[in-house]
Write a protein that binds this ligand. Structure first.
Ligand code: TXA
Ligand code: MG
Length: 328
């Protein structure tokens, strides 16, 4: 299959592919999504096949207006409406009890569906033009860093999907927060993202829990891993660098500017996460940095660690998964 690159002016053509049961990637505010008509079983299956995704991992559904929540969910609690009002369009996926009007494989055996309205005008116009809700997971191969540009999508999926709409770089760079509200008595964050636990709690006036993944479970489900090993540096930088050099590794440094300026003479590649006291760029650049460094001369990535207060819950979550337990 030839994967065609589309631009803003080609939205109608790309939407026609979706209506014909094909799969097309497109930009969103968070990361690029891989879309299929969520009502078309055969089309949805193509997503699982192209990504190599296990079929028990539900796909989220992207909608173009807030009211569509009523079309695909039932028993919608007040909290969901309050959150949609405040954070849609935006980086919040809300898991609710589902109506049975989407293809079964979108959510597998689950009784719930994850819904999100993305904050990206191109994505919204595309969904509208398709005229159907889009099942749309991130447009990467399962286990790889999520894509924040059309080129990243093609790195993973060229020849496996019908097209990608190139809308430039995704501004957030990290996926949405996934909040399970199927039991409104116990709101649960399944994945931290752009909208924080504190923001959700403030909006609904209720305590929210965050799912704690056990390390063993994480090991089975590989996530976000670059093709070269990534180590989180917890020992002294000079020691970590010496250890890698002794093993004749070529180091790719992923850290703040101060660390980079101190050690750049000893490493092969650097990717700056910005200034130490300004972490706003870390979310936006993390996945991109992994793809840039894996394609550079580096044979190993040494990444700066930290706390979720210093960076963000979402950032630390992705960093831990990408390292898959490797700490030095
Ligand atoms: O920002 C995002 O959320 C991006 C953009 C493209 O919208 N999408 C994304 O989709 O990250 P995906 O499929 O890569 O991750 C969605 C996560 C998965 O971990 C999935 O298991 C979970 O949400 N999820 C989806 N539907 C669910 C449901 N009904 N119940 C529980 N978890 C669900
Ligand atoms: Mg994903």
């Amino acid at each position: 299959m030839r994967t065609k690159r589309y631009f803003e002016e080609d939205i109608a053509e790309a939407a026609q592919l979706i209506q014909d049961g094909e799969i097309v990637a497109f930009p969103t505010d968070t990361v690029y999504g891989l879309g299929a008509d969520a009502g078309n079983e055969a089309a949805v299956r193509k997503i699982f096949k192209a990504k190599g995704r296990p079929d028990d991992r539900a796909l989220t559904v992207l909608i173009a207006d807030k009211q569509a929540i009523h079309k695909y969910a039932i028993d919608i609690p007040e909290e969901a409406l309050l959150l949609a009002e405040k954070f849609w369009p935006g980086a919040l996926t809300i898991v609710l009890n589902k109506q049975n009007n989407l293809a079964t494989s979108v959510t597998g055996q689950l009784n719930t569906v994850g819904l999100r309205m993305p904050n990206n005008s191109l994505a919204l116009r595309f969904i509208e033009e398709c005229g159907v809700p889009l099942a749309a997971p991130s447009a990467n191969l399962t286990g790889r860093p999520s894509p924040t540009t059309a080129d990243h999508v093609l790195e993973d999926l060229d020849g496996k999907i019908s097209g990608v709409i190139d809308g430039g770089e995704s501004p957030d760079g990290i996926e949405s927060t996934v909040l399970d509200l199927s039991n409104p008595e116990k709101p649960l964050i399944l994945r931290p993202g752009g909208v924080t636990q504190a923001e959700i709690e403030e909006r609904i006036g209720k305590q929210v829990l965050t799912l704690k993944q056990t390390f063993e479970k994480e090991k089975q489900n590989k996530h976000y891993e670059p093709t070269i090993p990534l180590y989180i540096v917890e020992s002294a930088w000079s020691d970590a660098i010496q250890q890698m050099l002794q093993k004749e590794e070529k180091i790719g440094l992923l850290a703040n500017e101060e660390i980079i300026s101190q050690y750049e003479d000893q490493v092969s590649e650097v990717y700056s996460l910005g200034k130490k006291d300004d972490r706003t760029l870390a979310n936006k650049h993390f996945f991109k940095a992994l793809r840039v460094l894996e394609q550079s001369s580096a044979t190993v990535i040494l990444a700066e660690g930290g706390t979720s207060q210093e960076f963000s819950e979402a950032y630390i979550n992705r960093l831990l998964k990408a390292a898959n337990g490797k700490v030095i």
